[in-house]
Design a protein around this ligand. Structure first.
Ligand code: SAH
Length: 224
């Protein structure tokens, strides 16, 4: 993560112009949710990258954030955020804080965000950056494959790392009427699942193939 210097946290008209272009690109790729597009127009993605990468922050690409992890491609952030059907005041759990960018986008959409990260050296800079940006998201360190039982249940749960299966803890921590969005598959390729809880024991699933995330580790993830 960049140090919180005035240099790395300047949102210039040029950055804003690149961001507007990115939003047009996302629209042309089929992202239509106005709340998602507006939030991504407002959150400066380059703040979440190392200063050396800030020129590339508005390309539709995943980028390294250290510790072998990546900030997701903007299209993927937009796609997951759209599937989640976020509305103001909904309680949302994100698994895989990473840079904090996705959490900031969800916060901008008015959600009450809880986000958990297993790698402490990623959690810490995300925590200071989000605080600096007046983002209300609450960040935690731990194994998100087990959810966040002390704050459950959640209206929405979003997993931003590739999972070998759907962790039962996450299904159990979902409110009735809620959605869980999670990429499930092999380490090479995953299908995005949108799981809706209709009653205590009844769930339905929609799937969208063709994604690639870094692995979910932990008790219900891939062996680290
Ligand atoms: N949402 C992030 C991108 C995350 S990349 C962003 O906007 O930048 C996926 C993240 O999930 C990585 O940081 C990885 O360390 C984290 N992760 C992997 N397994 C995890 C687990 N069991 N619990 C919490 N975080 C996990």
């Amino acid at each position: 993560m960049p140090p919180l210097t005035a240099l790395s946290l300047r949102d210039t008209p040029r950055h804003q112009g690149m961001r507007r272009q990115l939003i047009e690109e996302l629209k042309s790729k089929g992202i239509a949710d106005p709340a998602v597009l507006q939030a991504m127009l407002e959150v400066p993605r380059h703040f979440f990258l190392d200063h050396a990468l800030s020129e590339m922050a508005y390309q539709d690409k995943a980028m390294p954030i250290g510790e072998g992890q990546t900030i997701s491609q903007p299209y993927t952030v937009a796609f997951q955020s759209s599937l989640l059907e976020v509305a103001p005041h909904l309680k949302v759990l994100e698994i895989g804080t990473g840079s904090g960018y996705q959490a900031a986008v969800l916060d901008r959409m008015g959600a009450r965000v809880y986000s958990i990260e297993t790698i402490k050296p990623l959690h810490q800079p995300a925590q200071s950056l989000l605080k600096h940006l007046n983002c209300r998201a609450k960040l935690f360190v731990g194994d998100g494959s087990l959810g966040l039982p002390s704050f459950a249940p959640f209206d929405r749960i979003l997993v931003t790392a590739a999972s070998p299966s759907v962790p039962s803890a996450l299904q159990n921590q979902l409110k009735v009427g809620g959605h869980l969005v999670i990429p499930v598959g092999t380490l090479e390729e995953q299908t995005m699942l949108k799981i809706t809880r209709h009653s205590e024991g009844e769930f339905s699933t929609q799937s969208y193939p063709g994604f690639r995330f870094v692995p979910l580790t932990g008790a219900e993830g891939w062996p680290g």
